[in-house]
Design a protein around this ligand. Sequence first.
Ligand code: NAD
Ligand code: 89V
Length: 342
Amino acid sequence: METLKGALIGCGFFAQNHMHAWAAIDGAEIVALCDRDPDSLKNTAKAFDVDATYGDVAEMIAAERLDFVDIATTVTSHRPLVELAAAAGLNIICQKPFAENLDDARAMVKSAQQANRILMVHENFRWQSAVRAAISAIQKGEIGTPFFGRVSFRSAYDVYANQPYLATDDRFIIQDLGIHILDISRAIFGNATSISALINRINPKIKGEDVATMLLNHENGATSVVDCSYSTKRQPETFPETLLEIDGDRGSLRLEAGYKLIVHKDGTDQVFDVSPPLLPWVERPWHNIQESVQIIQQHFVECLRSGTNPETSGDDNLNTLALVEAAYLSAQENRTVKLDEL
Ligand code: NAD
Ligand code: 89V
């Protein structure tokens, strides 16, 4: 089988993880890099031994024979880059947040559909092995039908050091991190019909909100609370773990700090260590997220090979993005927002 050829667009902080993961994945290779910043481009090309480098995406697409592009730029560039790649007949994996707003996201999905190409969002938190273990226990019916969940991410880790835009953008925690946690809630309970959100800014040095508490009503009647904070000083510092408490009609499940999964059923607890493996290229505490990058990119390659729609496709991600938009609207207008308003 021929190796799929891809190009990375955006060689910044997080793209280094993409490159390590691509190097570990069979059946696909990154043959070209693009970044507007010459230093990032040069350093990434050197670190991963890629010869073909470009400062302009259109030039790269015209010059290279590619099967896919991996878009690892920040959100403002996602729509033009996705549309350019789709128009060139390329498959696309695009980082989250997928788009700045729902109209852009819908247009991006349409562009890939019209080109008959696969468009996947790099929505990787639901692919973390610990989260996946919890989701699969629930899907296997271990706790019966889930009716309540708390999906929680609370930390005071200094995320601004590596990603300075998180401190200066108007929107912060829901758009950057809450988007993952809302997506995990969707992976467990399915789509939501309404959301109520409260937001706060505790850290005076940043522009956006760093605390969000959201209440979701799901189509299947379940309720979930999705709570996120980057101003929670605690021991142990759990960055970047998502903690879960899920109640079902036959039992309950908890994913606790330290990747401890507890399934309670028939009156007893079963305890599992679901710590992510330490891949050769990862670094604590990011190893959890880094492993999920490799898993999601592997899923993308499998979808390209089989021609199937990815689990976290652009189309699917419209529902996660809608929750983000609805949460901001809810917080702004201090009311419950129905998803069908958007
Ligand atoms: P970054 O600013 O470090 O890197 C982005 C790079 O893209 C920069 O080098 C910039 O020069 C380049 N770029 C921007 N527009 C371009 C264009 N049109 N053409 C070519 N190059 C362009 O950003 P980052 O922190 O690496 O974040 C990138 C994305 O990854 C963001 O959307 C962020 O939310 C996401 N992210 C995801 C995770 C995750 O777990 N899924 C974690 C961290 C960051
Ligand atoms: O995963 C992310 O999207 C990152 C972080 C973990 C810092 O929130 O931006």
